[in-house]
Design a binder for this molecule. Structure first.
Ligand code: AGP
Length: 605
């Protein structure tokens, strides 16, 4: 999960490399570096830590070049030191890499045996050494192809070759790489966001492609070395969504963006005039036998909420599994199933692999994604975009609720197609869904109540989140949010499982967040609450007005979300758990948008 950029420019590139790397920092921020063709040859500038450290280096030693490359790193091999920071060099080669070279150990051994001396612990350096060796006997493109034929693994590369100052090479096998088409300038970047400040005309390289970009031209080749055409497409730009505005963090902004984001999402899947739900792409839910959802992290949790909505409403079996398990355990698939990949980035390696596993066995495929040009979006039969705009905070918030909106619309459309509901009920449910943005906004406005309990939770060593029914996945999400940005250990649990072990955790120092709207599960959740309180547990109760009125004696209701139909309770109850994690992290002084060890898009397994 690193970010890479290359510019064959007609003007100085230092500042533009930094602008692009700032947009790529969400992909990793352990170290950063740039390199360029200067008057005195190829020069590098690198720094450990955040991009601002590299900017300080450049302030002292500017990089005067009009062709150059840049990298922001999420460490896979080798600690995040300046020595391991990209760009890496060997002889005539300077390059940046996103991904993992799986056979780097054997290649390194062979190259070392040939007398080559390695400077770093990284897998990336092997590619530079290999290419430098191949350049001894081949011209640049042939040497590059010979190198790519020898490396195995997932990689996106951008390469400079000393002596070829007007050219950059690029290659893609797994992690994405796009070509940006400028006016007399060309760009290579990890995604359209990376080249967005310079151009909105983008080509997407396919796995196995390699490319040479020069002033005003790009020559693309497939794995066999045959020239191929990857046409440029215009990518809508949303610079406003890239800025924090008057928020302190992107995560805060994105939590507050949810009403508008969900409104855009819902509008793509329902007709507000006829109050009908419709999923584009021609999937016939009437005959569909099963849905298999594959996803990771928060996207997995959104999919699990989808299961709780689709099965009862449409009587359509939904299997869901974390992609990293699914892809290796030889699952017994059934033809006539639809695989749905859930992914904000559309690039998560495990989800992509699980999707391809299903496609290879003849399953029809769909993707619920945010990044329209992502690999998943380009490889599936049907794309269901979530339309929530770029999500920069590593902790997913607006994409989570947007994904739930898509699956809620799918549940309604499938129920209608399968004759489980009539037109009247469909219209009622669609109108319920159309209310969600307003009710999400009301939930967000409860921020002060949430902030009030954040100080207490911030002192905890462990936090337990409990829920039943669709609130169980939401308990998982609340725990994931808290741990990934505040570093407090938290666990989400099915409330009915409390007595099967977790209740042993309960004492006066353990906040227990209980998510319980006044639904068919409420009575049982209320008794769980009494069990916890009887043992001194500090309950943080998140409910709705009826739940507050029926709360067990002594329960401390912290947040009362607006009354809503159970269909959209997961949407309406998301904001309090997102805001709780956010305010706890802020109180702890954590790096909210770029938590340690994480990256926004996990493009390696
Ligand atoms: C969620 O807050 C995390 N950042 C992480 O779990 C994320 O949801 C997961 O890595 C999946 O990413 P994707 O949606 O881009 O596939």
């Amino acid at each position: 999960m690193c970010g890479i950029i290359g510019i064959v420019g007609t003007a100085p590139v230092e500042a533009r490399l930094i602008v692009s790397l700032k947009r790529l920092e969400y992909r990793g921020y352990d170290s950063a570096g740039v390199a360029g063709f200067t008057a005195s040859g190829v020069e590098r500038r690198r720094a450990a830590g955040k991009l601002k450290n590299l900017e300080a280096v450049l302030a002292a030693q500017p990089l005067i070049a009009s062709v150059g490359i840049g990298h922001t790193r999420w460490a896979t091999h080798g600690p995040p030191t300046v020595g391991n920071a990209h760009p890496h060099q060997a002889g005539r080669v300077t390059l940046v890499h996103n991904g993992i070279i799986e056979n780097f150990a054997e290649l390194k051994a062979a190259l070392t045996a040939e007398g080559r001396v390695f400077q770093t612990d990284t897998d990336t350096e092997v590619v530079a050494q290999l290419l430098d060796r191949e350049l001894g006997s081949k011209p640049p493109l042939a040497a590059f192809k010979a190198t790519l034929d020898q490396v195995r693994g997932a990689f996106a590369l951008v390469v400079m070759i000393d002596g070829e100052p007007g050219m950059l090479l690029g290659a893609r096998n797994g992690p994405p790489l796009v070509i940006g088409h400028g006016d007399g300038e060309m760009f290579l970047g990890s995604d359209a966001l990376a080249v967005g400040p310079f151009t909105n005309r983008v080509s997407y390289l396919e796995d196995g492609d390699f490319v040479a970009i020069e002033h005003g031209a790009a020559r693309v080749f497939n794995q066999a070395g045959q020239p191929v055409d990857r046409p440029a497409q215009v990518v809508p730009q949303s610079p406003a969504l890239m800025e924090k505005g008057n928020y302190r963090h992107f995560m805060e902004k994105e939590i507050h963006d949810q009403p508008e984001g969900c409104q855009r999402t819902i509008a793509a899947y329902v007709d507000a005039l006829t109050a009908r739900a419709a999923m584009p792409g021609g999937i016939d839910f009437a005959v569909l036998e099963r849905i298999q959802i594959v996803a990771c992290g928060t996207s997995y949790i959104a999919g699990l909420i989808g299961k709780y909505l689709i099965e009862p409403l449409a009587d359509l079996p939904v299997d869901i599994e974390v992609a990293s398990e699914f892809r290796y355990r030889q699952p017994a698939l059934r033809p006539g199933s639809l695989v749905i990949a859930m992914s904000q980035s559309g690039e998560t390696a495990d989800t992509l692999a699980a999707l391809r596993w299903c496609q290879a066995r003849g399953m029809r495929s769909a993707a619920v994604v945010n990044a329209a040009g992502s690999t998943m979006a380009r490889e599936v039969d049907v794309v269901w975009p979530i339309h929530c705009g770029p999500e920069i905070g590593v902790a997913s918030t607006k994409a989570f609720t947007a994904q739930i909106c898509v699956l809620t619309a799918l549940a309604i459309a499938a129920a209608r197609a399968r004759g489980r509901i009539d037109a009247g009920e469909e219209q009622r449910l669609v109108r319920v869904l159309l209310e969600a943005p307003r009710l999400i906004a009301e939930s967000i406005n409860l921020e002060d109540a949430v902030r009030g309990v954040a100080a207490e939770v911030a002192k905890a060593r462990d936090v337990l989140y409990l829920g039943r029914g669709p609130m169980y996945p939401l308990a998982l999400e609340g725990a994931l949010k808290l741990k990934e940005i505040s570093y407090i250990h938290a666990e989400g649990y099915a409330a009915g499982e409390l007595k099967h072990g977790p209740i042993a955790l309960v004492d006066e120092n353990t906040p227990i967040v209980i998510l319980a709207p006044f639904d068919s599960y409420f009575e049982k959740s209320a008794s769980n609450m009494s069990e916890v309180m009887a043992r001194g547990g500090q309950v943080v109760f998140i409910t709705d007005p009826e739940g507050q009125a029926h709360a067990p004696a002594g329960a401390r209701v912290v947040v009362t979300t607006p009354r809503c139909d159970p269909l959209i309770a997961p949407l309406v109850m998301s904001a309090p758990i997102q805001l709780l994690a956010y305010h706890v992290a802020v109180l702890k002084g954590a790096d909210v948008d770029q938590p340690r060890n994480l990256a926004k898009s996990v493009t390696v397994e």
